[in-house]
Write a protein that binds this ligand. Structure first.
Ligand code: HEC
Ligand code: HEC
Length: 300
């Protein structure tokens, strides 16, 4: 129960600071970037550190230091505030865009996983520029973050094509863009293959990826394919939308972290609709995912 309380305060505690300066907020590019970062893209779900109470440390918004301790890597999310010394204040726009979409720094050092660079490789030029414009407006925070160590071979993504996003009038295509270029839904929701990497070819969206949240606290991702028996094929649109933006399951139980519900709740209704419409079109895969004992106990 203690964990349940901790984690529920974690989930309830996220309040997101949208861009404050009015000059910046009036700039449509910055406004689009603010929407993306605090909504479907949720950079802060990794780049804003959490305190011992699992709540984001608000005066360290986007200042990095969130620790990922996995057999494959020991990484700390970077400081992406405009601080010149410890953040990205001294980087050019092109260098930041290269880090986001191809996953490499200017000296060639590769910075993923866990950053979902394969997803961001599909991001449009307009959206990645909007994100950078917004990052320039957040409060600079001095916070030096240790270098990551990787125990796996790494490879940068090929140069991003930067194609424009599909028109919003094409709901399914635009929803696909949100899922595959912005929200990195499938990097969590795809079943791992034998090497541990997501099996996008065979099990896209079929769930079962286990994520460690702490000592004896782990969760398994859900099957979000339209399979009627083991996926979300029988859920209503409203139920799927509620799961994404409120973290509530079909039968009303609270869903476990680390899905970025508290960022996704800032998505427009049209964007959530588009995501739901797109999820209905992916191939159904029969894959029963058992929720972990922790998940069932802490989020009954
Ligand atoms: C799943 C977690 C995760 C998400 C989501 C994520 N990142 Fe990262 N990011 C990281 C980690 C971890 C590092 C540090 C990697 C390293 O040091 O090798 C990093 C590094 C970076 C860097 C390099 C900075 C430096 O000083 O080396 C930039 C720039 C960056 N992220 C921007 C972003 C932006 C912008 C977003 C949202 C569009 C984002 N990231 C989303 C985990 C994430
Ligand atoms: C960081 C990993 C992560 C990301 C990214 C993520 N999810 Fe999830 N999602 C989860 C986990 C874990 C659960 C299961 C929670 C539980 O059962 O308590 C879940 C549950 C769900 C559910 C409820 C399904 C069910 O059977 O309970 C839906 C729908 C869903 N996610 C859709 C999405 C969509 C759409 C996106 C992208 C916008 C997304 N998720 C991004 C981890 C993630």
């Amino acid at each position: 129960m203690r964990h349940a309380t901790l984690l529920s305060s974690f989930v309830a505690g996220l309040t997101l600071a949208f861009v404050g300066g009015s000059a910046a907020a009036d700039d449509p590019l910055v406004a689009r970037g603010a929407y993306l970062v605090n909504g479907p893209v949720a950079c802060g779900s990794c780049h804003t550190p959490l305190g011992p109470d699992f709540r984001p440390i608000m005066d360290k918004t986007l200042a990095g230091g969130f620790h990922f301790d996995e057999p494959a890597f020991n990484a700390y999310s970077a400081n992406i505030t405009p601080d010149k010394e410890t953040g990205i204040g001294g980087w050019t726009d092109e260098e930041i865009i290269h880090a986001i979409r191809e996953g490499a720094q200017k000296d060639g050092r590769i910075i993923f996983p866990p950053m979902p660079v394969p997803t961001y490789n599909n991001m449009s030029d307009d959206d990645v520029k909007a994100i950078v414009a917004y990052l320039r407006t957040v409060k600079p925070v001095k916070n030096a973050v240790p270098m990551a160590r990787y125990n796996i071979p790494q490879q940068a993504m090929p140069p991003a094509k930067g194609l424009p996003a599909p028109p919003k009038s094409d709901k399914v295509a635009y929803g696909g863009y949100i899922v595959n270029a912005l929200g990195h839904c499938f990097e969590c929701h795809t079943t791992p293959g034998p090497q541990g990497a997501p099996d996008f070819a065979g099990h896209l969206g079929a769930g079962g990826f286990e994520i460690t949240l702490g000592p004896s606290m782990s969760v398994r991702t859900a099957n979000i394919t339209p399979d009627k028996e083991t996926g979300i094929g029988t859920w209503t649109d409203a139920q799927i939308a509620r799961a994404i933006t409120e973290g509530i399951g079909e039968d009303g139980h609270r869903l476990a972290p680390p899905m970025a519900y508290d960022y996704y709740k800032n998505m427009t209704a049209d964007d959530v609709d588009a995501v739901v419409a797109y999820l209905r079109t992916i191939p159904p895969i029969n894959n029963k995912v058992e929720r972990t004992a922790f998940q069932q106990k802490a989020f009954p």
